[in-house]
Ligand binder design. Structure first.
Ligand code: AMP
Length: 142
């Protein structure tokens, strides 16, 4: 299964934030959208970082004035991105090894979606369920 299969259901909308916004604004964005990470983009829409709940936890531990610190101060700058053509199983392996749960997807350099580990586990379970039902029907018919 490819990442494009997941995006076909989930859509290509990505919640983004700017590096100059505060952690208070970032936390509010995560809470409002009920998500665990936002992609950080510059004025041209280019990906310049990613900010997740874990970065928020680190900032809370490090700074007493964390609410007024900016996203740019604590985000991860070296973002690993995928493409719609990537294989879901190999993406899960990379994310598990590198210990992150969110992957922005770029199509020809432009943001085309974001998949989480949860999205991929859900898609694979549905795929397995479909295979089980097909095999079950074949056994019954055979
Ligand atoms: P997460 O597991 O996604 O909450 O993120 C754990 C840590 O990895 C945080 O410091 C994130 O900023 C960072 N992170 C999340 N996704 C990515 C990614 N695609 N590429 C690089 N770092 C990431």
């Amino acid at each position: 299964m490819k990442i494009s299969t997941i995006l076909a259901t989930k859509g290509s909308n990505v919640v983004t934030i700017r590096p100059e916004q505060t952690l208070k604004e970032a936390a509010t964005t995560l809470a409002q959208h009920n998500i665990g990470a936002v992609v950080v983009t510059d004025e041209a829409g280019q990906v310049v970082g990613i900010f997740s709940e874990r970065d928020l936890a680190r900032a809370v531990a490090r700074y007493d004035d964390f609410l007024t610190r900016t996203v740019g101060e604590v985000m991860t700058r070296r973002v690993v991105c995928g493409t719609p053509q990537d294989d879901v199983m190999s993406v899960i392996e990379t994310m598990t090894n590198r210990r992150f749960r969110h992957l922005p997807i770029l199509d020809q350099g432009r943001l085309a979606g974001l998949v989480s580990i949860g999205d991929m586990v859900k898609a694979i379970m549905q795929d397995y369920q479909g295979t089980i039902e097909t095999l079950h029907a074949q056994i019954i018919e055979g």
